[in-house]
Design a binder for this molecule. Structure first.
Ligand code: CO
Length: 285
């Protein structure tokens, strides 16, 4: 076994998106444009409702998957496929936008809290114009593995023989939310073929002798195993890995394709109302 070390750390950049939602972005910044197949990681969360209540009103996506995981509060969702969702704390949403989805995402607090992650996962050329798929999972639907005080929520992929709710045969994504008590060590195998990262969102940890404070993303180097030790206050982090696609990435805002021509086509389709095939449906619900 070769334990993965840290190849690069990225301090999440405070920014805002949508109609003014405060968030911390790590993947998808100047320091790390992408980590194939991952295009963006946003960690949103605030105790100040003005930081997020305007939310993300109607906006399009084409060419990739958005994966949203709520830690606190909830997120009201509505899309051009006719889905109306309410993503609860601990729940997750896997939206394969593919050929096109227009949706709104409106964060709401519970007990003054609203926190979560949105990860963008790229699709290969052969899948970019396929039909969109929407999947939403309640908090109770997410399997958990608990041992020695370590809690692992299995969102996608497999951990200790437990399969997550999301099956992703394309990029084989592993997505775990891990809570470690003070000083505890978490270790597991990771496919050597996959790009992987760790993002600590509470407490702090140490990975291959390097300190990993909160709100910092660690891109992992080569190897087939990961090992991480929590600091004195414990740690909560996500561990995510996926098989790289290895195709050109041309991104313009919410459209991620393989060429400039395809981006121009996406803009034209959006302008002419062709991006989401049943676009009219969302305004009827
Ligand atoms: Co969106």
């Amino acid at each position: 076994m070769t334990t993965r070390t840290i190849r690069q750390t990225i301090a999440a950049v405070a920014t805002s998106d949508g109609a003014g939602v405060a968030l911390r972005r790590s993947i998808g910044t100047a320091a790390l444009k992408n980590l194939d197949p991952f295009l963006m990681l946003d960690h949103f969360g605030s105790e100040v409702p003005d930081d997020y209540l305007a939310g993300f009103p109607d906006h399009p996506h084409r060419g990739f998957v958005t994966f949203t995981y709520m830690l606190d509060g909830h997120m009201e969702h509505r899309d051009s496929l006719g889905n109306r969702g309410d993503l609860r704390a601990g729940g997750a949403q896997w939206m394969k936008a593919a050929s096109g989805v227009i949706h709104s995402e409106m964060p709401r607090q519970v007990n003054g809290l609203m926190r979560g992650f949105q990860l963008w996962i790229n699709l290969p050329a052969a899948e970019k114009m396929s039909d969109p798929v929407y999947q939403e999972f309640s908090p109770a639907a997410i399997p958990e593995v608990t041992a020695d005080g370590i809690r692992v929520r299995v969102l996608a992929g497999e951990h200790s023989g437990v399969r997550g709710v999301v099956e992703d045969p394309i990029t084989n994504v592993l997505y775990l939310d891990i809570t470690l008590p003070a000083g505890a060590v978490f270790a597991r195998p990771l496919p050597a073929t996959h790009n992987a990262f760790v993002y600590v969102y509470e407490g702090d940890a140490e990975l291959s002798g390097q300190a990993l404070p909160a709100h910092r993303l660690a891109v992992l180097g080569d190897g087939d195993e990961v090992s991480l030790r929590a600091g004195a206050g414990g740690a909560r982090f996500i561990l995510v890995a996926g098989r790289p696609i290895g195709e050109p990435i041309v991104q313009y805002g919410p459209f991620v394709m393989n060429s400039r021509e395809e981006i121009e086509q996406a803009f034209a389709d959006y302008r002419d109302g062709r991006l989401a095939r049943v676009r009219a449906a969302m305004h009827a619900v």
